[in-house]
Design a protein around this ligand. Structure first.
Ligand SMILES: NC(=O)C1=CN([C@@H]2O[C@H](COP(=O)(O)OP(=O)(O)OC[C@H]3O[C@@H](n4cnc5c(N)ncnc54)[C@H](OP(=O)(O)O)[C@@H]3O)[C@@H](O)[C@H]2O)C=CC1
Ligand SMILES: Nc1nc(=O)c2c([nH]1)NC[C@@H]1CN(c3ccc(C(=O)N[C@@H](CCC(=O)O)C(=O)O)cc3)C=[N+]21
Length: 295
């Protein structure tokens, strides 16, 4: 069997077009556009690229974009003050503080300071807890994008065996919660899991979020399973530009899977599309309006 490629780029474009329509409707009702503030601390080139593409997508969707680029000498208290100012700013519906932060800043404190109704990353404990207990929450963008692709591919996920490899608060854990919410039977694997190959080989759905290039081998995949590769690993190349690979050995896995996301062009573009969606949803909730439909 040769797997179909799940086109996250095209799906992301479609989501962003629907968000842009929702933005115009929101602006007519609320008298202002939704607004997203991004905060980048320091000069990490990969982070700068991601934040720029988030700001570009925000403007393309017709939303107000507030970009804060701070030097890596910024103190923790200065950053907390900026977050407090953004919490109080009525034009701002969403706040995204790009991670990782420089080591002298406590990420947990920063996340805890973001007003939960503006936490479009869904990283605040209030949103994680609301997701886990089945309440309306702002859900982390990457797992939300993965779920979107899975439902588009498979429809109903009830009763399917799903394995999530990775248990981070930003990808693995919320991914497992979302799959559980869709009535999949969920296993969470991590660095202490014994016999990962055997665990993966039982799964109808494999979500790999590890950060180890091509760690998941093709022959681990149950024939006909659907594979979502969250990993973004930059390998060095002779021309110095580097090459992106996922956590799954794509060329091997296509021989076993029913469908698989490529890297790049899979989960990454969906993450940005879901950030736009979350900002529009946050704007509606903060304005006392019902959630937009068909996103
Ligand atoms: N496409 C996108 O939009 C995004 C992509 N990413 C990418 O996804 C990947 C994961 O990110 P993130 O969750 O933040 O990473 P973390 O480093 O926070 O978590 C990695 C997880 O993988 C587990 N792990 C590590 N080694 C193994 C192993 N040998 N076997 C099984 N599990 C293992 C760790 O286990 P333990 O807990 O035991 O240490 C941990 O739970 C990265 O490549 C990142 O770049 C991340 C965010 C967005
Ligand atoms: N507060 C916070 N929120 C995040 O959502 C967040 C973060 N911090 N820190 C870093 C990770 C990583 N992340 C990605 C977003 C888009 C692509 C993406 O668009 N990738 C393209 C390729 C990009 C390229 O070529 O480098 C693709 O996969 O096709 C990747 C990764 C969001 N993250």
């Amino acid at each position: 069997m040769t797997a179909s490629r799940i086109d996250g780029k095209a799906a992301g474009v479609a989501v962003r077009e629907r968000v842009a329509k929702g933005v115009r409707a929101f602006e007519q009702r609320a008298g202002r556009p939704p607004g997203l503030a991004t905060v980048l601390v320091g000069e990490d080139p990969a982070s700068a690229v991601y934040v720029r593409s988030k700001n570009r997508a925000t403007a393309e969707a017709g939303m107000a974009s507030f970009a804060h680029n701070l030097p890596d000498t910024t103190s923790e208290s200065e950053l907390l003050q900026l977050v407090a100012d953004l919490n109080a700013d009525k034009r701002v519906d969403g706040i995204l503080v790009q991670l990782p932060l420089p080591s002298h800043i406590d990420e947990k404190k920063v996340i805890a300071t973001i007003e939960p109704s503006k936490d479009v990353d869904g990283f605040h404990a209030m949103n994680a807890g609301r997701l886990a207990t089945g309440l309306d929450a702002l859900v982390p963008c990457t797992p939300l994008g993965c779920l979107y692709l899975l439902k588009a591919e498979l429809g109903d996920l009830s009763g399917l065996d799903a394995v999530v490899i990775g248990r981070s608060n930003i990808v693995g854990k919320p991914m497992a919660q979302l799959l559980l919410g869709e009535n999949a039977t969920v296993t969470i694997a991590h660095s202490r899991t014994r016999n990962l190959e055997e665990v993966v080989s039982r799964a109808d759905i494999v979500v790999a979020a590890v950060g180890r290039p091509e760690m998941v081998r093709g022959h681990w995949i149950k024939p006909g399973a659907t594979v979502i590769d969250v990993g973004i690993n930059r390998l060095p190349t002779d021309d110095g530009k580097g090459r992106l690979v996922g956590d799954v050995a794509f060329d091997e896995a296509v021989e076993f899977a029913r469908a698989i996301t490529p890297v790049p062009g899979g989960v990454g573009p969906m993450t940005i599309a879901m950030l736009m969606r979350n900002t529009l949803v946050a704007a509606h909730r903060r304005a006392g309006l019902a959630d937009p439909e068909n996103l």
